[in-house]
Design a protein around this ligand. Structure first.
Ligand code: CA
Ligand code: CA
Ligand code: CA
Ligand code: CA
Length: 499
């Protein structure tokens, strides 16, 4: 509190106002609030507490007959205080390579922040709320010094951040939409909604080879068309991070059905890796954190092409075969094609020993079948014996090769389309020109019979649509056309013929 005669000047009054601090003007017998000024004539603007209007007076003169004899300057204490350093962190226990966010909570208006992060990728920062990556394992201290015009303060927390071995981040969900089926190579997974919206399913796995393409199919439950989205990350460089360029967004191929083609990059790092499948109702995919949906992880193996050999098989599943052009038609749903590009459907190839009991030695499932009937498979070059092949298609009769085939060379081609003699027991359907896999084994029990007919009849009666086993001709509808084929082969007692 100053008397105006003791030295608080109009210039000082202006400085207070300029700094956003109103000044109490003491009059003889009253007190008013000065909040502005007019430099010419040394006018001050004030509120007099008697009304809501703006009034004015000349500095040091009278107002309403009362002499201006003093002022009270109001300054909040903090403006004179040095700051007090305080901070928190988003996490104190992470895996190497992960990021932590630090949140500044310092008191008394700090104006600059000086952070030190022991063990971090960038060990200093001048930001208020910095994001910090810790690439190495260890236990690390963090310090923050905050400064303002009146001083500074430091806070150090020793052994604050505990960085463990590298790991995959978790991503939780709420199950608004969830995964009930995944088909990707030898991963064939049927699940419900997992508590917490995340699960790592490590008893299933598959192998992939660089340069090859693998279809992926995901069925979801409780989807919201137009909102729900489905995508997969594959950790090609095996750095335990699902990067943006490792995300493949799947297409909605039918009600609750999402599909895509995984092309294995040539520069993938060989070894054990992980695929993350996510369905959510958010605007983005979240590799880590939380999403409105469900996420499932599976291990998979990126195999070395150099130490592998190739098998090419040509097959025509009867139901998809177009007799005129000699090509296969694409499996469809009510919305269109199930798979992109030239892929019509998927098949599996198994290798068995050449002698009884014909034990299976290798199996590769969900391989791409293209419109020319070609299926490309790779297998480790250690398979250099003689093996029977079994070709399986989702609603065809499983078909064995006529003889056991030598895998001595690096590349084999087996054609099941030119002659029924290419199959064991000549178990192929001839259309006069081509040999076709018999269709109709809906339940995949090895024969076409009344049980298959019952399944197709039931679905035809209720006008089922989609990518279903009952859809023999792949047009996305279950109807009489499918039933006729199953009826015919049931009458002929079509079934597997094996050595
Ligand atoms: Ca699930
Ligand atoms: Ca990665
Ligand atoms: Ca059957
Ligand atoms: Ca059909």
């Amino acid at each position: 509190m100053y008397g105006n005669v003791t030295g608080f000047t109009f210039n000082q009054f202006m400085e207070e106002i300029d700094n956003g601090r109103p000044v109490l003007i003491q009059l003889a017998g009253h007190c008013v609030l000065g909040f502005g000024y007019d430099q010419s004539g040394q006018y001050i603007y004030l509120h007099d507490t008697w009304d809501y209007s703006v009034h004015s007076m000349v500095w040091g003169q009278n107002y309403a007959g009362m002499l201006h004899w003093g002022v009270t300057v109001l300054r909040l204490a903090a403006d004179y205080e040095p700051p007090l350093a305080e901070f928190t962190t988003s996490s104190v226990s992470i895996c190497a390579g992960e990021m932590v966010q630090f949140q500044d909570y310092s008191l008394y208006s700090p104006e600059s922040w000086d952070w030190t992060f022991e063990g971090a990728q960038n060990q200093t920062s001048g930001e208020q709320h910095p994001y910090v990556i810790y690439p190495e394992t260890g236990v690390f201290s963090v310090s923050l010094t905050v400064t303002n015009a009146y001083g500074y303060d430091s806070k150090i927390i020793h052994s604050l951040i505990n960085v463990g071995e590298p790991c995959y981040c978790q991503v939780n969900g709420n199950g608004e939409v969830f995964i009930e089926e995944i088909r990707f190579g030898n991963i064939i997974s049927l699940t419900n909604y997992s508590q917490g919206g995340y699960s790592m399913i490590d008893n299933l796995s598959t192998m992939v080879y660089a340069g090859l393409r693998y279809p992926i199919l995901v069925r979801v439950s409780s989807e919201t068309p137009g909102i729900s989205k489905c995508g997969v990350w594959l950790d090609w460089n095996r750095d335990m991070f699902f990067d943006e360029n490792e995300l493949i967004v799947l297409d909605r191929a039918g009600a609750g059905l999402y599909t895509g083609l995984v092309l294995v990059p040539l520069n993938s790092v060989t070894g054990g890796s992980r695929i993350r499948v996510q369905v959510n109702n958010d605007s983005y995919f979240y590799a880590c954190g939380v999403c409105s949906g469900e996420t499932e992880d599976y291990p998979f193996l990126i195999e070395d092409v150099q130490s592998s050999k190739q098998l090419m098989v040509k097959v025509f599943p009867e139901g998809l075969f177009q007799h005129g052009p000699g090509l296969l038609s694409k499996a469809k749903t009510e919305l269109g094609n199930v798979f992109p590009d030239d892929i019509v459907d998927v098949v599996s190839i198994e290798l068995t020993e050449a002698f009884a009991p014909f034990t299976q030695v290798f199996s590769s499932q969900n391989l791409t079948l293209n419109n020319q009937g070609l299926v490309l498979m790779r297998l480790p070059s250690s398979f250099n014996g003689t093996y029977y092949l079994i070709i399986r298609h989702r609603n065809s009769i499983a078909t064995w090769s006529a003889t056991a085939i030598s895998f001595e060379g690096n590349s084999q081609f087996v054609d099941f389309t030119t002659s029924i003699s290419s199959a064991y027991g000549q178990n192929l359907l001839s259309d006069g020109i081509n040999a076709l896999l018999y269709a109709g084994d809906i339940n995949q029990d090895g024969s076409v019979n009344v049980n298959d007919i019952i399944i197709v009849e039931s679905s035809a009666t209720t006008f089922q649509m989609g990518y279903l086993l009952e859809d023999i001709n792949g047009d996305g509808l279950i109807d009489a056309e499918d039933l006729i084929i199953v009826d015919n082969h049931a009458a002929q007692q079509t079934g597997i013929i094996s050595p």
